[in-house]
Design a protein around this ligand. Structure first.
Ligand code: FAD
Ligand code: MLT
Ligand code: ZN
Length: 498
């Protein structure tokens, strides 16, 4: 757990400790009791109620927060932050708490400010596709709202049922269809945020184009809650595609997977909406944990699999194109086997082969996650090299069933269409020897090919010491100056990357 795992981090004495007067202030402000304040200090609600806010999704990081605040409006967020800033009480903004870098949970006793009660759709225009929502709207809820209007949220990911739109923007999440809809840096039109001193920054533009000076909202997109709290988001949403088709392919080598990707772009370019890759260990683990799941291909196993999705406006035309693509790559022996989803149930089952991996990666006890951007040609070599290194160190065996090793297996999967690999080391327990074997090895490897140590999950606590592998000292210096400007008392998400 955090404070044990990172003994070098000490609680900063400049931060005040929460007193009974503080709790009384927040109760008065938020209406007290009920869902507004979970009060682990006075035990009015059981301390257990605070626990879900202290622990992260991977069960890797654990804070010691005693107070969770759930404001219901931007004005309440403003009053909370102003009070905390004046009192020097440290704060962690939290959405759905699905973040994967330890950024969403406290390290010590920071107050969690949750967006869970800020969950209203504020505005939607069915001509422009502009949507404005509170930060606490769950991603899937926003997407269902849009589906009824014929639109789609330009971001989709496995945690959609829990994560909040504000959390997505704060992490600049990438997800499964970035290939098609681009980054949130492009689709987010505006944000409303509260600065640590309580100032409300109203930048909820609904315009696609606005070149009037510095684009300040970009600092909050991917800012990981370090300079302010996002309270609402304005985003440009595309029309929902009428036809979605999915193919699942088995491939004999990584080189052939590269050819398949190039062919998919050449033949399906305008309708291609996802190109996801999975290696054999990730699929074998998925089936070991979920033996009831049917394997999509009758043949195999193959060293690699990929899932290709198309999204367009004409079902027959798209199905024909994808069918022709599949015939072509089979005939040229680029892929060894493949299947096309025939209906919605099959389509979901194929997606489950990909979306189910994060959950099974964690199943045996824990997972070391490396979310990295690499040149496509080098991408899978990192997985092979990491597996070999762990075996050489006697930390991983040849079979996932051999319980004498802390490592279950090394998995490689991810958003190949965006050159984004997820290297996961599934473990039976978090283990310092495994960690030392992996870090800084993995980060040095990535820097050696000019990759990025964080493609889409952010830095949080997990990668705070490693930012230098991807950013220059000049840029890190400028980031520190910006942090100082926005948050001079340093109350926003302290101990994390900046
Ligand atoms: P949290 O986890 O609550 O917070 C994340 C960070 O944002 C923290 O630093 C927090 O302090 C800050 N934050 C939260 N809300 C605010 C706010 N309102 N204002 C300011 N700061 C705030 N990520 C991807 O990019 N692509 C994926 O495909 C993907 N798939 C995932 C699948 C699973 C099963 C899981 C568990 C996670 C996945 N993630 C993925 C990681 C994660 O980044 C996303 O789930 C999501 O973007 C986090 O949103 P959240 O509301 O849970 O944020
Ligand atoms: C994914 O693509 O599945 C997510 O980013 C989560 C993960 O990396 O495990
Ligand atoms: Zn991902």
């Amino acid at each position: 757990f955090t404070t044990d795992s990172y003994p070098e981090i000490k609680r900063d004495p400049k931060f005040a400790e929460i007193t009974a007067e503080d709790v009384a202030y927040f109760k008065e402000l938020l209406g007290g009791g009920g869902s507004a304040v979970l009060d682990g200090v006075t035990q009015e609600l059981a301390a257990d109620d605070v626990e879900p806010y202290n622990g992260d999704w991977m069960r890797k990081y654990r804070g010691h927060c005693k107070l969770v605040l759930k404001p219901g409006s931007t004005e309440e967020v403003s009053k909370i932050l102003k009070y905390c800033n004046d009192r020097k009480l440290a704060v962690v903004p939290q959405g759905g708490n699905t973040g994967l870098v330890g950024g969403s949970v406290p390290v010590f006793d920071e107050i969690v400010v949750s967006t869970s009660r800020m969950n209203q759709v504020r505005f939607f225009d069915d001509v422009s596709g502009v949507l404005v929502v509170d930060a606490g709207v769950v991603l899937e809820v926003a997407d269902q709202f849009l589906a009824e209007k014929g639109y789609i949220f330009p971001l989709d990911l496995g945690a959609k049922g829990s994560c909040h739109v504000g959390g997505n923007v704060a992490t600049n999440a990438g997800g499964l269809r970035l290939l098609r809809y681009g980054s949130l840096h492009g689709s987010v039109l505006g944000i409303e945020a509260v600065l640590p001193d309580g100032t409300i920054l109203n930048d909820l533009s609904r315009l696609r184009k606005d070149n009037t000076g510095y684009d300040l909202k970009q600092l909050f997109i991917g800012g990981e809650g370090t300079i302010g709290m996002i309270t609402a988001v304005s985003i440009h949403c595309p029309q929902r595609p009428k036809a979605v088709n999915v193919a699942f392919l088995g491939v004999d080598s990584y080189d052939k997977l590269l050819v398949a990707f190039r062919e998919a772009k050449a033949q399906l370019g305008e309708i291609l909406s996802a190109f996801e890759m999975m290696d054999s260990p990730s699929q074998e683990l998925l089936h070991a944990v979920r033996p009831e799941a049917k394997r999509p291909l009758d043949s195999g196993p193959y060293p690699f699999y990929c899932l290709i999705e198309t999204s367009g406006s004409n079902a027959d035309h798209d199905a024909e194109k994808l069918g022709q693509f599949l015939e072509h790559v089979l005939e040229k022996e680029v892929v060894a086997d493949g299947v096309l989803a025939q209906d919605e149930t099959q389509l979901r089952a194929l997606w489950a082969q990909r979306e189910g991996i994060p959950e099974v990666s964690n199943h045996a006890g824990g997972v070391y996650k490396y979310d990295v951007s690499l040149p496509l040609r080098d991408l899978y070599r990192l997985v092979d090299d990491t597996r070999q290194r762990l075996r050489d160190a006697g930390l991983a065996g040849a079979s996932i069933d051999d319980e004498s090793f802390p490592v279950v297996d090394v998995l490689g999967y991810g958003h190949m269409g965006d050159s984004n690999l997820h290297l996961n080391v599934a473990v039976r327990r978090y283990d310092k020897a495994v960690e030392r074997c992996l870090e800084p090895f993995v980060y040095e490897w990535i820097a050696g090919v000019q990759g990025s140590i964080s493609a889409e999950h952010g830095l949080g606590l997990a990668k705070k010491n490693y930012i230098g592998y991807s950013q220059t000292a000049t840029k890190i210096g400028l980031m520190r100056q910006l942090k100082q400007l926005y948050d001079p008392n340093g109350i926003m998400n302290p101990y994390k990357y900046v």
